[in-house]
Write a new protein. Sequence first.
Length: 92
Amino acid sequence: MIAMAWWIQWSVAVLLFVVIAGFGWSFLRGLTQAPPKETIAPEDVQDLDVYFVCQECGTEYQVTRLGEVQVPRHCGEPMSVVRRPRPSPLSN
């Protein structure tokens, strides 16, 4: 009877170890996974007259299609966003 109790104790100990290790592994895997990124469909924004301007050298990029919003870098510094009013065709 004593040998049977020893055998049951070890079985329960191994089962508890596997269950606790499984929960721990699952928890750690959940912490390390990045949340899924939201995909944004590209959008035409050429009519908005938006530009990225480098304050260091004056380089300008006109934004024509907008996908994921990320300000580019030029000369090592982030570029600033500038919106310019479109000239009126009546003023010519």
